[in-house]
Design a protein around this ligand. Sequence first.
Ligand SMILES: Cc1ncc(COP(=O)(O)O)c(C=O)c1O
Length: 455
Amino acid sequence: MDRSAGRTLAVQIADCIRAAIDGGHIEFGARLPSSRALSDEIGVARANVENAYDQLTAEGWIDARHGAGTYVRRIPAERSVTSRPTRSAASTPHTPERRVRLATGTPWVSPRVSAAWRRAWREVGTAPPPQSYPDPRGEPHLRAAVADLLGRARGLKTDAESVIITTGSMHGMALALPALADSSSSPGLAHENPGYRVATTTATRWGWSVHDVSVDADGMVIDELNRAPSNTRAVYVTPSHQYPTGGLLPVGRRRALADVARRRDLMIIEDDYDSEFRYGVAPLPTVAELAPDRTVYLGTVAKTLGGGIRIGWLVAPRHVLDRIVDVRTDLGDYPSLPVQHATASLLRDGEWDRTVRAARRLYRERDRRVAARLAEFGELRGVGAGMHTTLLLDPGVATAVAARAAAEGVDIDTLAESTRTDSPVTGLIVGYGSVSEDELAYGLDVLTDALRSVN
Ligand SMILES: Cc1ncc(COP(=O)(O)O)c(C=O)c1O
């Protein structure tokens, strides 16, 4: 351990173990020392080893079986890319005029308008009107700021030349799909089911057929891709926090995804919509890093600065990037220059970082609170990340609970709304991003009452 290094001891321990597993020095099934034994042996506080084990468990390298020890999971060898290391007293009365929507889409953004935000818009407002058309890839300084952000926040090494500025993740998808279609008259997209409906409607609007792939507690069941129809050109996936069921694609499946993409000549569309929000462990590496030649990576400010700004980005390999720029030039479809300038200034001045830090603190606490209130009613998925939690329930129960809650002024989505074809994964999606504290307290009271009365 190097105590003078910029990396924490937990990160260093995780890196060593990851490298040892990856290099074949620790075999599949091997039992790791207990956190106490290892911390004694290397002379660090036990919490460092526990944090490292938590991180490796979240990434899918090891399995901690309660009371039975910690074991190395089976990881397929990587082929061509280098590895990387009744109302409660607390609930205040609810104003009946307003409905409470425990929705998943909208984030909490601090109501305190900060100096950086005001400065950004002042700068834009005092500049002359932008006369000429923008760079079709996006403003160079915004692309550079995004490349820098992805490096420090996601560990994704890229540069301004590989980034295209979009008006959001789904806009990125709409630009990428025609570029990925080749000459195929009816290209196919493999998609998570349940999954993000906007992604499938975007695909069908562009003439793509959609092939549903199951999800389980770990996210997309990658093995099923081997049975995808022969017209399949791309696979859309939310590996950091499967939308909406919350699975975190473990490293073994990530590698299997990269592998099947290479074998079947598929492009991966990685929607990294809310990876900033992971509580307890660091955000997982991207699939784009594992398969840079095969991945179109989509990012957005919709979950951090807000959906109304309409700025996002995509990172793609060169040959795809050039085709996307052609599509955009043909459509004359550029994000507004002043909005790009203001976003660049918010990224540069640390506003994005501040907003994310404040929101992370709030969501972490809400994530725990929601999980604690709902755990007795069924299996929870997606805890510890994002701004929503999924509660698995029989479909009839989920519908009845949602109806009861709606009658009390609380709107909650069922998983059915995100499911295209039959899936055994059914239940409720409880979003806690955009509501006030009062609304959340009221929403949870109504929801738990409804769950008790229906069960
Ligand atoms: C899975 C997923 N992707 C992307 C987005 C946001 O996309 P956009 O940037 O297009 O607004 C959302 C928003 O709810 C989402 O749930």
